[in-house]
Design a protein around this ligand. Structure first.
Ligand SMILES: Cc1cc2nc3c(=O)[nH]c(=O)nc-3n(C[C@H](O)[C@H](O)[C@H](O)COP(=O)(O)OP(=O)(O)OC[C@H]3O[C@@H](n4cnc5c(N)ncnc54)[C@H](O)[C@@H]3O)c2cc1C
Length: 308
């Protein structure tokens, strides 16, 4: 099921079908507050008022021309200004996919992405907040970590993402568990070959637990991005074992996923950051959410069936 949906996420015909299906909008709305900057700001305001932190993601990835990359970068500069004006920083930060700002462009894509990322991180710093670079397919991991290292020279608060399903990640955790280093640990959402990634869910969970142990024992700021109750319990255990004050790590979850658990952890005094995507380019994001959880697929199909 997972492979099928992830394959569909790259299929233009299926994309057209899903985008034009009746009630798709209602389903999308569960995971994406809306297409515009106003929708993002309104969602951030509500979440912050509820005691949650936020990471806004302007939807879009795999940009294929330099102009589109510049437009994506502008969207980030604009939302960062808005967040500052609205008084939503530092609680709200942004998450950035480097492929949206040119990383995959042929030739000097990495340089283009670095330049855009640098400008966005500067704008975030001016706005009193920071940027986290999302992690995408394994073929981009080295490039993303190179861009991160470069940007961190000027903006050390820039966050990294590591994916526990990759066999290399425990080593990457060791490299990045340094003072001041913000590292989001997630399971990983893409279809990857067994040569580089664990396929078995249990093996991914074990890798996640090992990576958590490294990050929690290190000097950085672990950002525990999962909805998995067992891994949340392990994170709390590792934080206690390392005598970590509650403000030296955080939990992160996706908008629309386990909202009650988000509030429960926040009420216990933990920082819980809600990854909140906005924009019109929601297709790839929605398909990854459906691939993660059969219940989401049932929800989607039910929603489509009720109208047709
Ligand atoms: C803040 C954040 C940022 C992310 N950034 C990236 C990124 O940059 N790159 C990337 O590849 N991936 C990213 N991801 C996605 C991530 O890799 C996983 O695909 C996604 O989080 C699902 O994994 P999970 O850890 O929640 O566990 P899963 O294996 O999906 O779920 C584990 C358990 O969590 C509980 N659970 C999960 N969903 C629900 C639900 N809807 N309702 C009730 N219980 C539920 C259930 O008990 C379930 O058995 C991010 C995820 C988060 C939360």
């Amino acid at each position: 099921m997972r492979s099928l949906i992830l394959a569909a996420s790259r299929n233009a015909t299926v994309e057209h079908l899903v985008e034009t299906a009746p009630l798709t909008r209602a389903v999308v709305h569960r995971f994406v507050p809306g297409p515009g900057e106003d929708d993002a700001v309104a969602a951030a305001r509500t979440l912050v008022a509820d005691g949650l932190a936020v990471s806004l993601d302007h939807l879009g990835e795999d940009t294929t021309d330099p102009e589109q990359a510049a437009v994506a970068a502008k969207a980030y500069l604009s939302i960062l200004d808005r967040l500052a004006v609205e008084g939503l920083t530092p609680e709200a930060e942004v998450s950035l996919k480097l492929s949206a700002v040119g990383q995959a462009l042929p030739g000097d894509g990495e340089r283009i992405a670095l330049e855009h990322a640098h400008l966005i991180c500067a704008a975030a710093e001016r706005a009193g907040t920071a940027v986290t670079f999302d992690m995408e397919e394994h073929t981009t991991t080295d490039s993303t970590l190179r861009i991160l290292a470069e940007v961190r020279k000027d903006f050390p608060a820039t966050g990294a993402v590591l994916q526990a399903y990759l066999r290399r990640t425990e080593t990457d955790c060791r490299d990045l568990a340094t003072a001041g280093s913000r590292v989001r640990l997630c399971k990983g959402a893409y279809e990857e070959p067994p040569s580089v990634a664990y396929e078995d869910r249990h093996e991914v969970d074990l890798s996640y637990a090992r990576c958590l142990a490294v990050l929690m024992a290190g000097a950085g700021r672990p950002m525990v991005a999962t909805h998995d109750p067992r891994l949340i319990a392990i994170a709390l255990d590792r934080a206690a074992a390392n005598s970590r004050p509650v403000d030296t790590y955080e939990f992160q979850m996706l908008y629309g996923v386990r909202p009650k658990e988000q509030l429960r952890l926040a009420r216990l005094g933990h920082t819980v950051r809600v990854y909140t995507p906005y924009g019109v380019d929601w297709y790839g994001y929605l398909m990854r959410r459906l691939a993660e959880r059969p219940a989401n697929v049932a929800f989607f199909l039910r929603a489509l069936a009720t109208r047709s």
